[in-house]
Design a protein around this ligand. Structure first.
Ligand SMILES: [Zn+2]
Length: 173
């Protein structure tokens, strides 16, 4: 069944034909993080796609994956393009290296999952939280409920983890 929802005044749509994303977000709606595992070479992949990027096999299964990792890179948004995001600036868009399968199939590879920095209950993080996060910060996944049948996988600071003394951030004013 197709997904149609609104998040911060923006439409979110996945059509009936987009079977990979519908399956992915069905797991997210249950606050479970699942990824495709290739039926031929066994590697996980992200984002959901019809074939393995490593060996091109169309065979795959959905498997549960732990939503934990470290920030690989980030964008800090100070000028929102969408009006509804304006009251949330500055906000962070994170690219997170999952611990699972990091360094495979080559040392430079990782499953890199994008999401916003949010509070533990899934709301866009306030400025005092944003300024604590940089490259290397340990994060774990939480879900932002949008509507029945749709939740967005997001990231929050892993307060129980050992954090880098000073995560790398762009020079501040
Ligand atoms: Zn494969």
């Amino acid at each position: 069944m197709a997904i149609q929802a609104t998040y911060l005044d923006m439409p979110l749509d996945a059509s009936d034909l987009d079977v990979e994303n519908l399956a992915y977000f069905k797991h997210c709606a249950a606050h479970d993080f699942h990824l495709h595992r290739c039926g031929a070479c066994g590697l996980l992949r992200y984002p959901p796609t019809t074939a393995c990027p490593w060996c091109a096999s169309p065979k795959s299964d959905w498997v549960p994956v732990e939503g934990s990792g470290a920030v690989h890179s980030y964008t800090e948004v100070h000028h929102a393009i969408q009006p509804a995001f304006k009251s949330h600036t500055p906000y962070l868009i994170l690219l997170v290296d999952l611990d699972t399968q990091k360094g495979q199939p080559s040392e430079h590879e990782a499953l890199r999952v994008v999401g916003n920095l949010v509070t533990p209950d899934g709301r866009l993080a306030p400025p005092e939280m944003v300024c604590r996060v940089g490259i290397g910060t340990r994060v774990h996944m939480v879900f932002t409920d949008v509507t029945a049948g749709l939740a967005l996988p997001q990231w929050t600071i892993d307060e129980g983890a050992t954090q880098p003394t000073k995560p790398w951030r762009y020079p501040q004013e």
